[in-house]
Write a protein that binds this ligand. Structure first.
Ligand SMILES: Cc1cc2nc3c(=O)[nH]c(=O)nc-3n(C[C@H](O)[C@H](O)[C@H](O)COP(=O)(O)O)c2cc1C
Length: 384
């Protein structure tokens, strides 16, 4: 199948599955424990039913909006994802960021990216945000943020739903690791995926590129071991207060699921509350974000933007999250399936599919601007 024959995100998922070794595809595609949240996050959108305003002139539709101070043509953007070169060894994050620029959406880069913030900034002049975790050594986080700022990243996302890694059972079953270690399982899986294997062999080793220089500090397990040791289970709100002040405006807290935490995020100066369950990769059976939005909207009371993600595979899913009160919507797997299916053009295809679907949904709803996507157009959630 060619990229232009992919009619929807599920087609791109099928193409990515054909191209990537199983362990790599499963790392994108899988979730925690029984993958209930993963499945339910996609399915839940179907329980919200739409009505439309008839006989409206929808010749011109304006999809522009502002998310966390960033003016943007579209209300959705690329969510941060770790080790993106795994899915496209030659370019990874560079392909993502270039595709985002080409389709005029914001790109966000993970702390655990496999390309440096400087290289990403050199590759694209589009709007860029950077994601961080709270690490044991504050100085490392400060230095990383200072580098990102210097490179031209204008938003900072603090992820708070990962005190420990989720139990993603597909990974040990496939003997998956970052970087992929040569073993019988990998050899068998790549035998039928020569394109990916060839790219991997010709590209530099996949690692958390932004911290490569830390390897010299003598920690076990090289840079990956070093980064893993930086995660702490003891992190609390008092450990994150300094970050907003250090970064300045354009600060989001990602991984919020409760109204009281949304309020705390605002208390420490967050400009956006990001409702997310990490795409069902962390706490299984956690609530789909679309269900959480009204209580978060009540708690936030317009004092910050609200970003939502999780399970978005259609333009209508974006519209539904906006109708429930989100200011912006982030795409995780939708763009990763595109990357796995066909590198930068694949991500562009994914973004174009979501954009076309979103525009069509707006026209069918009789809405000509984002502010017209009001909750009255939607019923639900319907019981199953
Ligand atoms: C392969 C993969 C890696 C991810 N890595 C990160 C990460 O490094 N930092 C982060 O905040 N979120 C990470 N996420 C979560 C996404 O940013 C986003 O919250 C989630 O994927 C949204 O759900 P969706 O994939 O159903 O769209 C990752 C998700 C995937 C699928």
């Amino acid at each position: 199948m060619k990229l232009k024959q992919a009619l929807n995100i599920d087609d791109l998922r099928t193409m990515a599955k054909r191209k990537l070794p199983r362990m790599v595809f499963d790392y994108i595609d899988g979730g925690a424990d029984d993958e209930v949240t993963l499945r339910e996050s996609v399915r839940r959108f179907d329980d919200y039913q739409l009505t439309w305003r008839a006989l409206r002139d929808v010749t011109k539709i304006d999809t522009s909006t502002s998310i966390m101070g960033q003016q943007t043509k579209l209300p959705f953007f690329i969510s941060p994802t770790a080790s993106t070169r795994l899915f496209h060894p030659a370019e990874g994050e560079l392909a993502m960021a270039r595709a985002a620029e080409a389709r005029e959406v914001i790109y966000s880069c993970s702390t655990l990216a496999s390309q440096t913030v400087e290289d990403i900034a050199d590759a694209t002049s589009g709007p860029k945000w950077v994601q961080i975790y709270v690490w044991k050594d504050k100085e490392i986080v400060r230095n990383f943020l200072a580098r990102a700022k210097e490179a031209g990243f204008t938003g900072c996302i603090l992820t708070v739903d990962l005190p420990v890694g989720g139990n993603r059972e597909r990974d040990p079953r496939n003997r998956f690791s970052v970087p992929p270690k040569p073993n019988f399982s990998l050899a068998r899986q790549v035998a039928t995926k020569p394109g990916w294997a060839w790219d991997l062999m010709r590209s530099p080793k996949i690692k958390p590129a932004n911290f490569s220089h830390m390897r010299k500090q003598g920690d076990q397990g090289g840079v990956v071991g070093f980064v893993n040791q930086q995660f702490s289970r003891a992190v609390t709100w008092s450990d994150v207060e300094w970050m907003r002040e250090f970064w300045g405006p354009g600060f989001a807290i990602k991984g919020i699921s409760r109204a009281e935490d949304a309020k705390r995020a605002i208390d420490i100066g967050a400009d956006a509350v990001w409702v997310s369950n990490h795409g069902g990769r962390q706490l299984d059976t956690s609530v789909p974000t679309i269900d959480l939005l009204p209580e978060i909207v009540d708690a936030v009371r317009g004092r910050a933007d609200i970003i939502a993600d999780g399970g978005v595979r259609r333009g209508s899913h974006v519209a539904k999250l906006l109708m429930r009160g989100a200011t912006g919507v982030a795409l995780g797997r939708a763009s990763l399936y595109g990357l796995g299916a066909g590198g930068q053009p694949g991500v562009e295809r994914a973004l174009k599919i979501i954009e076309d679907e979103f525009l069509r949904t707006m026209a069918l709803l009789g809405a000509t601007r984002i502010s017209e996507l009001d909750p009255e157009l939607m019923r639900g959630p319907a019981s199953r």
